[in-house]
Write a protein that binds this ligand. Structure first.
Ligand SMILES: Nc1c(C(=O)O)ncn1[C@@H]1O[C@H](COP(=O)(O)O)[C@@H](O)[C@H]1O
Length: 167
């Protein structure tokens, strides 16, 4: 089971992409709102209890002064994947990126690109897949699909004269 948490429901348009890819890969997940700033007790309880509830990976998204992923990582033995979210009054997303990325030694957060919740979902699945043959098989199939998608494009590109390709 993977847990997807976010600082606010305003992060949902971004964070739902993690849920969508996990659904596609048929990996069980839960989704909820937890804020280190607004619900610190809930955040503490969540982070302390997650591994005991059978959660294997936590995906945590937040915008602005995004302390949620790092604080959860400080309290939990589980791998935490941080998703920097570009919130409405952000400094171009850099506030969130740097808050999540620049963790001190000893407390890692695996940070994906700005708004890259889909990649967070794939990475979480890969972490599960390292120990689970069935999930590993689905990741291999997913990668095969990616390659097939590019093949369709380069086959078309090579078949036509390059100058005509984008017409
Ligand atoms: N960064 C955090 C935390 C936290 O880190 O605990 N809690 C909420 N937020 C962020 O505040 C932004 C604005 O939130 P609102 O839209 O609710 O005002 C959201 O991107 C949220 O993740």
């Amino acid at each position: 089971m993977i847990s997807i948490i976010m600082g606010s429901d305003s992060d949902l348009p971004v964070m739902r992409q993690a849920a969508d890819v996990l659904k596609e890969l048929d990996i069980p997940f839960e989704v909820t709102i937890v804020s280190a700033h607004r619900t610190p007790e809930r955040m503490f309880e969540f982070a302390k209890q997650a591994h005991g509830r059978g959660i294997k990976v936590i995906i945590a998204g937040a915008g602005g002064a995004a302390h949620l992923p790092g604080m959860v990582a400080s309290l939990s033995p589980l791998p935490v994947i941080g998703v920097p979210v570009k919130s409405s009054n952000s400094i171009d997303g850099w506030d969130s990126v740097l808050s999540i990325l620049q963790m001190p030694n000893g407390v890692p957060v695996a940070t994906v690109a700005l708004n890259a919740a889909k990649n967070a979902g794939i990475l979480a699945a890969q972490i599960i897949g390292a120990q689970d043959e069935t999930v590993l098989g689905r990741i291999l199939a997913y990668k095969q699909d990616l390659a097939e998608g590019v093949k369709v494009k380069y086959t078309k590109l090579e078949a036509e004269r390059y100058e005509d390709y984008r017409k």
